[in-house]
Write a protein of this length. Structure first.
Length: 273
């Protein structure tokens, strides 16, 4: 994906998610000279990238000129301390793109002005390998060009969806933002069950890891929906059918997943205040 960017891109926070996105942007055609990184203590791999690509790192905010987009990628817990120092960037009327969970559009409007163009997005950790899922919500001041730019920046690390109702981002957070952890926990449980069934622990984990990642890749590549893929694996009265009778027909797994997603969405609303 080629990203068309005029002016400067200011990345605030170059941790795991911000760093993954930065790598995607550079691969997508954003020139190193256009990028400014604001992070007092980036991880070692980001320090190396910043040095190798000669990216501008931690210049005085007041000296930054022609900021077209400001990407806010710091942890929600420190956002309140970071935002006041970024106010000078509002004079360029950039689009502010936040990927911080729980930080609302209203929070940023209080700092950057009621007429600031703000996009709140929720990506997930597979962005680190270019397979992320992001859902974004713009406020009414985001124009078509700014939306297209944000779509390209988020799309550099995976797929992008858009919603107009910011409240839906709590459910997005619960399904895709937190979702990778659910999948990893499934792999843990499968490995433990395999070991309990007599497999060596390391082999059980290898089986679980490859099965989960392989099934995910199959779903990614296949045009079939999840239900059809499941049915294709399930022979009548076979071993898979016996397992699914426990997982599916009793309703226990569906109920647990529903409870988990509801709990995550509830916590997302609490964090947003």
């Amino acid at each position: 994906m080629t990203i068309a960017l005029e002016g400067r891109l200011v990345l605030v926070g170059a941790g795991k998610m911000g760093g993954a996105m930065l790598e995607g942007w550079l691969a997508g055609g954003v020139a190193a000279a256009q990028v400014i990184v604001l992070d007092p203590d980036p991880p070692g791999e980001m320090r190396k990238l910043i040095a190798e690509r000669k990216l501008s790192h931690n210049p005085p905010v007041a000296d930054i000129a022609d900021a077209t987009v400001v990407v806010l990628a710091v942890k929600p817990q420190v956002m309140g301390r970071v935002l006041p120092g970024l106010k000078p960037l509002a004079r360029f009327s950039p689009v502010f793109l936040s990927i911080a969970a729980g930080c609302t559009i209203a929070t940023f409007a209080r700092h950057f002005g009621a007429d600031a163009a703000i996009v709140r997005a929720m990506p997930n950790t597979p962005a680190a390998i270019g397979r992320g899922m992001s859902v974004a919500c713009p406020n009414s001041h985001v124009d078509d060009a700014q939306r297209t730019l944000c779509d390209g920046l988020l799309g550099a690390v995976g797929q992008v969806g858009w919603v107009d109702d910011e409240a839906l981002l709590d459910a997005v957070t619960a399904v895709s933002g937190s979702g990778p952890a659910y999948v990893f926990y499934l792999a843990e449980c499968m490995a433990e069950a395999g070991a309990a069934a007599g497999l060596p622990a390391d082999l059980a984990m290898t089986l679980a890891r490859q099965t989960v990642s392989g099934a995910g890749e199959l779903m990614y590549r296949s045009p079939l929906d999840a239900a059809t893929l499941r049915e294709n694996v399930t022979s009548p009265a076979g071993t898979t059918a016996a397992a699914l009778e426990v997982l599916r027909d009793s309703g226990r797994l569906k109920a647990l997943i529903s409870e988990a997603v509801a709990a995550a969405a509830r916590r997302s609303r609490e964090l947003a205040g």
